[in-house]
Design a protein around this ligand. Sequence first.
Ligand code: IPE
Ligand code: IPE
Ligand code: MG
Length: 257
Amino acid sequence: MGAGNDTILLKVKKGELPSHLAIIMDGNGRWAARRKLLRVEGHKAGATAVDKIIQASIQIGIPVLSLYAFSTENWKRPETEVNALFELLNFYLKRKAKSLIKNGISLRVSGDISKLPLKSRKLLNETITNTSSLNKLILNLCINYGSRDELLIAVEKLIKKRIVLGDIKKISSLPEWNEIEENLYTNGLPDIDLLIRTAGEKRLSNFMLLQSAYAELYFTDIEWPDFGESELLKALIEYQRRTRKFGGLVEESKTGK
Ligand code: IPE
Ligand code: IPE
Ligand code: MG
């Protein structure tokens, strides 16, 4: 962390931190276009920003970090860009495997990775297995992720489990929320407390619609490759200024109920 950020870091660490921080990393293409570079150069610069934010999250003490890397809708992009994104993912996973372990980072994935190129699937599964016992930070990469897709898959899993149980009453009864939650990709992770989107767009683009039910939203014009530790600290300061109520009154908000 840069020297100028040290005092802000101390201040932020004293306040309440999000249990789960999620980021819609947007603006790689625009960052590249402004520099007359190819879009893929923007994605490469975006990967460097990912490193910085992972390190900063560990230093700050954020336990869960979800990063939106590829949406179910991003397949609409030209094949060359999609291929370049997965090549970059492969390169990143190979290069970072050791440092993830050294830093105590446990990798998870949210999304249907069965649609990914074989090499990416293999590397993801290997890294997930090799880091599963680590607990300094849970890095939840959202790849081929979309909330609607996630919900459809969750409902399918839930119905199948009920059928296996063979309880007729249960098969036709309304599910409890926790039964849905258990079947989402994010099973076991806390709800999102702070959701950041970079590059000026103010929309969720099919990201964690259910997990963000009470998330604080933070939008910044900074493009993802330029989003660094000081930008993250800025977002956290804003987060700590907000009053969360969860539908109750201010006094009750402290308990999160
Ligand atoms: C975000 O940057 C990265 C991915 C969606 C993979 P974009 O590629 O969406 O960048 P812009 O929005 O075109 O600037
Ligand atoms: C959302 O960004 C997806 C990721 C950041 C991976 P997009 O750039 O795909 O979103 P839209 O198309 O602007 O809504
Ligand atoms: Mg975009």
